[in-house]
Write a protein that binds this ligand. Sequence first.
Ligand SMILES: [Zn+2]
Ligand SMILES: [Zn+2]
Length: 268
Amino acid sequence: MHFYVPRTAESAILRLRRLIIGSCCVFCNRKSGLDRDICCACEQLLMPRIVRKSRNRVNYLCGLCGDEQTEYCSPQEFHDISNGQALSAQGFFCQQCQNTNTLFVRLLAPYRYEFPLDSIIKKLKYGKQRLLGRVLGSLLASFAKTQADLPQMIVAVPMHPSRQLGRGYNQADDIARWCAKDLGIPYRSRAASRIFDTGSMAGLSKSARQLRILGAFSAAEEVHGKRVAIVDDVLTTGATARELARELYDTGALSVELWVLARTSSAR
Ligand SMILES: [Zn+2]
Ligand SMILES: [Zn+2]
């Protein structure tokens, strides 16, 4: 469901500036040289990636449970990890989670939910700074481009209409839209909807979240036979995305993957 949101003066100025001098970095205000509002220097410096490497040691957060993991590897393995920093069905899960059935054929979570990315996501989410949706969407897209066999359709985790009316927009929707545009994959904003309002789930345990989200989503027939990626801003327990995935499979989706900007650490 979409609601009319008036464009702010800030947005109009930025749009004009993009037209005249191209994209500027939203962090340092310098010309970005890229079509995505973040310069290479800031992208390198600002973002705490989910995989951290030093010499022969690799640290990462488990994609499923968020536990910090440390592995020692050979130079070749180190090189492979450096080039494909993806959490996929094949790797980056802790020993305990490796044999867990995830529902997701692929899990992309390029960054840790830490400063400064957490503050950027909060600004998009609560500060009405919707321009950040483009930066975050394109960061997710540039990460997805490193993957093979991209999905046929992107959906965002939907908000309940009454909540969306209150906020004026859905931040996952903004991220998904820009991400899909960069990748040239169709974005289907009406392919999934939220039937009832689950309220805020912040602070709830994993099982409490699972219980509350049961049956909250409805998927449209257009997902039938399609390889679908769910896009969201942050992955915490994954209860919401799993419930949406279950609904997509029930409606006939061929496969479902989960793409999020950032993963929270279980140590938080
Ligand atoms: Zn910059
Ligand atoms: Zn784990």
